[in-house]
Design a protein around this ligand. Structure first.
Ligand SMILES: [Zn+2]
Length: 121
């Protein structure tokens, strides 16, 4: 089993771990990517910036929308239960990511919470 250098992180790994082939305009390029980098790329494709979702779909700044993720403040309940987030909603909300398949559910929960709150006022 030969050791190969990962194209992304430069670490050596065994050749049979993961080797992916990308074909661009008919030219096949062999990529050597270690397992850890493959996982990171996978995550990067699946998680999107929470601030973009907050601004784009709720018209809220990331700083405020992240309160619906940690749920630590009064009147800002945790509406992210069971949904997939990455990053630190409390200390570094700019790093916060949300799984792309959970965006619609999160947006729906916030909008329903707002509607409910209006009814109570
Ligand atoms: Zn790597």
């Amino acid at each position: 089993m030969a050791k190969i250098k990962c194209d992304t992180c430069g670490q050596e790994f065994y050749a049979d771990e993961i080797i992916s082939f990308t074909s661009v305009a008919g030219v096949t390029k062999v990529e050597h990517i270690c397992f850890a980098c493959e996982i990171k790329e996978e995550e990067a494709r699946e998680y999107i910036n929470f601030g973009d979702v907050a601004r784009g779909k709720l018209g809220l700044q990331c700083q405020y929308a992240s309160r619906y993720v940690h749920g630590l403040l009064e009147d800002w309940p945790n509406l992210g239960k069971g949904l997939r987030f990455k990053g630190d909603a409390i200390n570094n909300y700019h790093s916060l990511l949300i799984h792309k398949d959970d965006v619609d559910e999160f947006v729906k929960r916030v909008q329903e919470f707002w509607k409910e709150r209006e009814r109570r006022i």
